[in-house]
Design a protein around this ligand. Sequence first.
Ligand code: S3P
Length: 437
Amino acid sequence: MREAGPLPMTFGRGGSLRGRARVPGDKSISHRALMLGAMALGTSRIEGLSEGGDVRSTAAALATMGAGIGREADGTVWVRGVGTGGLLQPERPLDMGNSGTSARLLMGLAASHDLTAILHGDASLSSRPMARVAEPLRRLGADIVAAPGTRLPIALRGLAPAAALTHRLDVPSAQVKSALLLAGLNIPGVTRLIETVPTRDHSERMLALFGADIRRDGPEIAIRGEAELRPQQLRVPGDPSAAAFLAVAALVVPGSELLIENVCVNPLRAGLFEVLRAMGGDIAFLDTREECGEPVADLRVRHSALTALDVPPEVAPSMIDEYPILFVAAAFAAGTTRTSGLAELRVKESDRLAAMAAGLCAIGVPVEESADGLAVRGSGGEPVPGGGRIDPRLDHRIAMSFAVAGLHAAEPVGIADMTPASTSWPGFADAVEALRR
Ligand code: S3P
């Protein structure tokens, strides 16, 4: 939500980054914790929930549909669930803000309830495709009227009982998968999904924690509906997509060494760290443990000489949100890093290939844009020229990526508006500043 107008900021050189760092609670897991808490009968308690705008959109929408949600003085969030099938008719439109995850997952939840919901969002979200979720939801019985191109605003009339279906996921999308699993919670019988390209599995892990009958057999995921979910006590691990900005900052700013604590290292999210290691990045996972049904570790990251890489397209699902910051890492590597198979990046919070190509060009980094990737020629560890003024295009990850580029640029990098960062990381700039030595 952008109440106060744009916040221009400048990021420049100023010493190395050293010490211990914490990142916000994982955004994906936070959305799911709220939604499953809302579907359980009783009160769940969640520590470490993301305080970003996206997760707030989910919380506000669930509250409008009857869940009780509050925050205690120590930051713990409680959710009083309505039980499966218990969502109420919302009395006002649901504002999804900038959040595709809120919009798509809540469409799934609402589709198997007897209610009518109107969903709308900001200019970025209103330009993103919703057919990938609307089409299967129509097949299970929901009636969906959308703006041209199947975009928000959307009016969705759910159906209870809806019809169980078998659906093949043709776009590799955790959001579509999760929308259908959430719909399936309140559908009699078994809803089956065929997922040939694995995507983040936070929904499956958390549904199991809450006691749903969910099974995976090869590419098939099956969930039995009319589930009774038990309330949980959860500790949300830190967001690897946020840790990615600090990790790249530490790799490229000379003299840096960070310990980024308590980061989710689910292999379906950790692709960037593997790619950075293959580029020569000194990144260690320390004290790997389990939290919230997810593998978690402390990340030790030291300044490293990076070498360019041809990034295989198969890793994309495990680092889909990390390409903007990977392109920044590539800008400091020796040689040309090439990526492909990334057409999906054009329909994220912004067209991330176009936004990154324009921004890299503006700060003097040689870049070539193709239909489905970028080739970025790196500086071999020297500062990039910098200067320029980046338009983040309402996209938090574009804003934070260029902020990191500025930390090792000959001239400071201007970001026309840093407010989008708060959709996932309110206080990002202060967190970076606090690590400078
Ligand atoms: C998300 C899934 C990904 C990701 C998004 C969060 C999720 O989107 O880009 O930021 O929480 O399920 P897709 O499912 O569209 O790839």
